[in-house]
Ligand binder design. Structure first.
Ligand code: NDP
Length: 328
């Protein structure tokens, strides 16, 4: 069995030297628990934040993952069950049944969907639109980091919820094409290719009502500038600043929120797990029909997990970044 530990704190952008791979005998489950062989691991931006302080050095890391029960010492889990649990960054895990979810087997919905659009990633997008921004049909929505996990879910969910116009930004021409040609965005632009404010004004000439912010900083400033009166900003994340060693200078136009009566609200998806059932009811039919897609960028092999994580932070992924550790 193998696992990854963080061995040092990064200063700015991590290089990979902060992590170490460690080997141990395959753990034996205690009575009441089960051994899981991990199949898919999730790498997420919040892990970059955890690297600064929350993750204890030289202990196995955590993360969302999906694995197969291979040795069960509890009646609650059967060998062969595919389970969702939170002990990622390792090949094997001993789980307590109360901490796992046995994944349903639904035709047309592969298990990795539960790390993507049906997992915390999709739930974040759903909560942002439905509970935080309270999207009203016909409104214009702008999503940043729109080709990523949360972003690609948010664009498609906004469409499903009746948005009038859906606009996205992402970090390459290929991602921009993906947004408009495959993910149903009405307009998209490359945040590396020009001034954000000007590009956003062109993509949403009448302004925006809802902004799903995955990036913060200058993206948030541009969105505040484009906001219509009574707009709402659902602040999910600020990936532009996770590597920063100083607080970001932007947004410099916060007072516009007052002048435009805009509501900006941050949230953590972990406080909204009760919305999971609603998300599944909304998405299961459209996933099965192919009307909504759950994109992943899958890195093959446990050895690739650090590169998958760093690659995701640098924009190497489209859709949810995951790592395949074993064949299911
Ligand atoms: P993504 O799949 O979106 O991957 C991160 C993406 O961020 C990259 O692909 C890259 O895309 C983009 N990015 C990186 N650096 C920058 C930058 N400086 N400026 C603009 N874009 C950048 O990750 P997730 O979908 O998992 O997460 C998206 C956001 O949502 C993150 O901020 C995350 O912290 C947040 N989040 C919040 C949750 C909550 O509970 N509030 C829960 C889950 C996620 P590109 O090539 O387009 O630049």
């Amino acid at each position: 069995a193998r696992f990854v530990q963080q061995v040092s704190r990064p200063r700015g952008r991590p290089t990979g030297a902060e992590f170490a791979f460690t080997e141990e005998p395959v753990p034996v489950p205690r009575p009441g628990t089960a051994l899981v062989e991990n199949v898919l691991l999730s790498v997420d931006p919040y892990m970059r934040e955890n690297m600064d302080a929350d993750w204890e050095l030289s202990t196995p890391l955590e993360g969302r993952s999906i694995g197969r029960v291979t040795d069960s010492r509890t009646g609650a889990l059967a060998e062969g069950d595919l389970v969702f649990h939170r002990q990622g960054w390792r090949t094997h895990a001993v789980v307590d049944p109360k901490d796992v979810r046995v994944l349903p087997q639904t035709p047309g919905v592969p298990p990795e969907t539960y790390l993507g659009i049906l997992g915390g990633t999709g739930l974040t997008a759903h909560v942002a639109l439905s509970r935080i921004a309270r999207l009203v049909p016909g409104e214009t929505v702008y999503v940043s980091a729109a080709a990523g996990g949360v972003g690609s879910a948010a664009g498609q969910l906004a469409r499903l919820m009746g948005a009038g116009r859906v606009v996205g930004s992402a970090g390459s021409p290929a991602k921009v094409r993906l947004l408009t040609e495959e993910l149903g965005f009405d307009a998209a632009f490359d945040h590396r290719a020009g001034r954000l404010g000007e590009q956003l004004a062109k993509a949403a000439p009448d302004g925006i009502d809802v902004y799903v912010d995955n990036v913060g900083g200058e993206h948030l400033e541009a969105a505040i500038g484009a906001m219509r009166e009574f707009g709402r900003i659902a602040w999910c994340g600020a990936i532009a600043q996770y590597d920063a060693t100083e607080p970001p200078p932007a947004p410099r136009n916060l007072f516009d929120l007052v002048e435009k009566s805009v509501r900006l609200e941050g949230f953590l998806v972990r406080n909204h797990r009760d919305a999971q059932e609603e998300l599944e009811q909304l998405l299961l039919p459209v996933l099965a029909s192919g009307a909504v897609t759950d994109r992943h960028t899958v890195t093959e092999g446990f050895d690739g997990i650090v590169d998958a994580f760093l690659g995701m932070l640098a924009g190497g992924n489209t859709g949810k970044a995951t790592v395949r550790v074993a064949t299911s």
